[in-house]
Design a protein around this ligand. Structure first.
Ligand code: CUA
Length: 206
């Protein structure tokens, strides 16, 4: 069958574009650790504020050095407003909304998820750079959307059972609790994407 030259060029170009798109998706998924929320956990939105877990949001530090952060995202704020977590350890964020869909994005990191009423959104990541990070809602949720923000403070904390030597022994063990450069584990699962950027998130950028 004879195929016109221009027809051929368009066919190959279309096929090429599809390959590029698939490769980009594969790269962001594997190389940049972009994943959909890992599990489906439901919750009655009407009971969020009285829920045993989400009714009293906050940070829980575990014995192995990791931490769990429970967050309520609602019109138009996050609770808690200020979140303090240890540097270089696995931090699991769990959040839900009692009203409408919100976003939860930790600026300059790969921490970013939708918060959908009726569901618990969860992801685990770690922060290699100490400092202050801005958390913003990135799903339009109403007239106060633009003021919906919170602060994440990443700081060095003493390791489990008082020793800082084996702080990350339970995870991949490659991260020293003190020192270490931010770019070293870029692209590892769950590590923030920032490489050499300044530690402080731009506060005024809302
Ligand atoms: Cu919450 Cu926009």
């Amino acid at each position: 069958m004879h195929v016109n030259l221009y027809e051929k060029i368009w066919m190959y170009a279309a096929a090429g574009i599809i390959v590029v798109f698939l490769a980009a998706m594969g790269y962001t998924t594997v190389g940049r650790a972009m994943q959909p929320p890992s599990h489906v956990e439901t919750i009655d939105p009407a009971s969020v504020r009285t829920d045993e877990e989400f009714g009293s949001p906050g940070v829980t530090l575990h014995e192995d050095g990791t931490a769990t952060v429970v967050i309520q995202a609602f019109m138009f704020a996050f609770l808690p407003l200020e979140i303090r977590v240890p540097r270089g350890r696995d931090i699991t964020f769990r959040m839900t909304s009692p009203d409408v869909i919100h976003g939860f994005q930790i600026v300059q990191t790969n921490g970013n998820t939708m918060v959908v009423p009726g569901y618990v959104s969860q992801f685990t990541t770690r922060f290699d750079r100490a400092g202050e990070y801005l958390i913003v809602c990135n799903e339009y949720c109403g007239v106060g959307h633009h003021v919906m923000s919170a602060t994440l403070i990443v700081e060095d904390m003493p390791g489990p059972s008082g020793s800082s030597g084996d702080a990350t022994g339970s995870s991949d063990g490659t991260e020293e609790p003190l020192g270490g450069t931010s770019g070293s584990s870029d692209g590892e699962e769950g590590s923030p994407a920032g490489t050499g950027a300044s530690p402080a998130a731009p506060e005024g950028d809302r």
